[in-house]
Design a protein around this ligand. Structure first.
Ligand SMILES: *[C@@H]1O[C@H](CO)[C@@H](O)[C@H](O)[C@H]1NC(C)=O
Ligand SMILES: *[C@@H]1O[C@H](CO)[C@@H](O)[C@H](O)[C@H]1NC(C)=O
Ligand SMILES: *[C@@H]1O[C@H](CO)[C@@H](O)[C@H](O)[C@H]1NC(C)=O
Ligand SMILES: *[C@@H]1O[C@H](CO)[C@@H](O)[C@H](O)[C@H]1NC(C)=O
Ligand SMILES: *[C@@H]1O[C@H](CO)[C@@H](O)[C@H](O)[C@H]1NC(C)=O
Ligand SMILES: *[C@@H]1O[C@H](CO)[C@@H](O)[C@H](O)[C@H]1NC(C)=O
Length: 455
């Protein structure tokens, strides 16, 4: 965990600045006393202080933790919507990185993955019946980067899951490449920041469900090579090596593995070795605990909220939140109304304010360093009032401003926390470079369902 790496960079910068200021002051003194010689020294100092500013920007970017530019977003100007103005200002200063969007599935569902049959620049609510995402609304929502979900449903497990997953990955790459002025395919923490600086939405891929690799470490590696940067360890079905959240329900009557198997643990370690983020949304509580106990890198929950606020097993329970803090991971809060509002106010309409409650709860319980956004747009049928589509992120940030959040806290929620986790996972990958790939095969005992195998 290097939670204070951003801070120490700031201190370094302060030292740089103090030094530069001193140098300039000396320069002025010398100018006063020594005339012509001093002029030359003064010039040298100016050049030097310019250089140190430039090197701050790039070293900050290398750290991948620092803000890109930090305007004072707090200043109001008499506008009727000061919180929204400030939210928009904050989201212009640091990328909002959403952990989960299922646009790729919409392309499959509504258009057989024919990306060139639908213009994302048009208002898709008028083209497709249920859609939360298109380019005009993405721009209005100030989205900085997106993990696009590469999802295939659980019925394809043991059958054509790999083929279908490749189709969805192809769909993501097609729409990213179709709009090069809007999207930029990226695979690193630095890539997200670079795309943002270029005014593009950094586009990453998350593989939503361990069934997509068909119990093969080789497939896992090939998905990494194709650009996949997180894998959700399960979707809503067990794999032969990990339990999903459904096993947590008291009336669950299917098979239970009790977390992850030995082969599952090899998959976790191989993901650490590759630098692929572990996504614990959708997994069983015991799977979360198993993984948090063995992973060498921080984890993410790409789209999960707080169980204490809404006791749904897709959400994260308090003791696991505490483990996640220890691990240095990030919980990216889901907007799905069923995961946001399942308490006493069930009859009431779910609202944006209740999503803010989840975010506030995690911040209060474990700290602002461990919370992010994973809206699940286009992956859910219904959403809270006020967060209907991707244009609404600034409204959520405006609500948090009303609740007293600082600009820096908002930037952490938006993207700094995810960048920290991703950077750390890359460092873990680098530190494991000496290791050979895992070549374990799943045992016949673990893999009972073999009807689609030729050997
Ligand atoms: C106040 O802020 C709004 C939103 O950023 C901007 O559109 C407007 O031009 C600003 N007005 C002044 C006087 O700066
Ligand atoms: C969209 O939904 C409306 C209302 O449910 C329905 O009447 C209409 O036929 C749907 N259109 C398409 C293209 O599916
Ligand atoms: C197991 O659960 C499923 C789904 O809830 C249900 O349809 C089925 O009847 C249950 N089976 C038994 C034996 O209880
Ligand atoms: C589940 O696994 C843990 C060890 O990870 C073990 O202590 C526990 O007894 C197991 N529970 C069951 C029901 O097998
Ligand atoms: C239910 O609504 C009331 C009144 O709006 C609010 O005070 C309370 O916190 C809500 N409870 C939950 C669990 O959302
Ligand atoms: C549900 O919402 C209505 C209208 O906003 C409010 O009057 C009522 O108190 C709410 N019910 C609960 C249980 O919070």
């Amino acid at each position: 965990m290097e939670l204070d790496s951003g801070k120490s960079t700031e201190n370094l910068f302060t030292d740089h600045k103090t030094q530069s200021t001193r140098r300039i002051l000396y320069g002025i003194l010398i100018i006063l006393s020594l005339g012509v010689i001093a002029l030359a020294i003064g010039l040298a100092v100016v050049v030097q202080s310019k250089n140190s500013e430039t090197s701050h920007v790039s070293s900050d970017a290398n750290q991948a933790g620092g803000a890109i530019s930090i305007p004072d977003c707090i200043k109001h100007n008499g506008s009727k919507t000061p919180e929204l103005d400030r939210a928009n200002c904050v989201l212009q200063s640091y990328p909002l990185i959403d952990g989960h969007n299922d646009l790729s599935w919409q392309y499959k569902d509504a258009a057989d993955n024919k990306v060139y049959s639908i213009d994302l620049n048009s208002d898709l609510t008028k083209v497709w019946n249920v859609t939360h995402t298109d380019i005009p609304r993405l721009r209005k929502g100030k989205l900085g980067a997106q993990f696009w979900a590469c999802y295939v449903d659980c019925t394809s497990q043991y059958k054509d899951a790999v083929r279908k997953s490749l189709n969805q990955l192809d769909t993501i790459k097609k729409f990213v490449h179709r709009y090069p002025d809007v999207f930029q395919f990226v695979t690193t923490a630095q890539g997200i920041l670079d795309a943002f600086k270029a005014g593009k939405i950094g586009s990453l891929v998350g593989l939503e469900g361990g069934h997509s690799i068909d119990s093969s470490l080789a497939n896992l590696r090939m998905f990494y090579d194709l650009g996949v940067r997180y894998m959700t360890v399960t979707h809503s079905c067990n794999t032969p090596w990990a339990d999903n959240w459904l096993v947590d329900a008291p009336d669950y009557n299917g098979t239970v593995l009790n977390g992850t198997t030995d082969f599952g643990k090899k998959i976790i370690l191989e993901m650490n070795r590759l630098g692929m983020l572990l996504d614990l949304s959708h997994v069983a509580k015991k799977t979360m605990i198993d993984i948090l106990s063995i992973t060498k890198a921080p984890v993410i929950y790409s789209h999960s909220s707080a169980f204490k606020i809404c006791p749904h097993f897709r959400n994260v329970q308090d003791d696991v939140l505490q483990m996640t803090k220890e691990n240095g991971g990030v919980v990216m809060v889901n907007f799905y109304d069923k995961y946001v509002n399942c308490g006493n106010n069930k009859t009431n309409i779910t609202t944006l304010s209740q999503v803010a409650d989840h975010i506030d709860y995690i911040k209060t319980l474990i700290g602002v360093e461990y919370v992010g956004i994973g809206a699940d747009y286009d992956g859910v049928p219904t959403l809270p009032v006020g967060l209907e589509d991707v244009s609404k992120y600034p409204d959520l940030f405006a609500e948090l401003i009303k609740r007293g959040w600082t600009d820096e806290e908002l930037r952490m929620l938006a993207g700094k926390n995810l960048i920290r986790v991703f950077t750390k996972a890359e460092q873990v990958r680098d530190s494991l470079r000496y290791m050979a790939p895992f070549e374990d095969l799943i045992s016949t005992k673990e893999e009972l369902n073999k009807q689609c195998r030729t050997e």
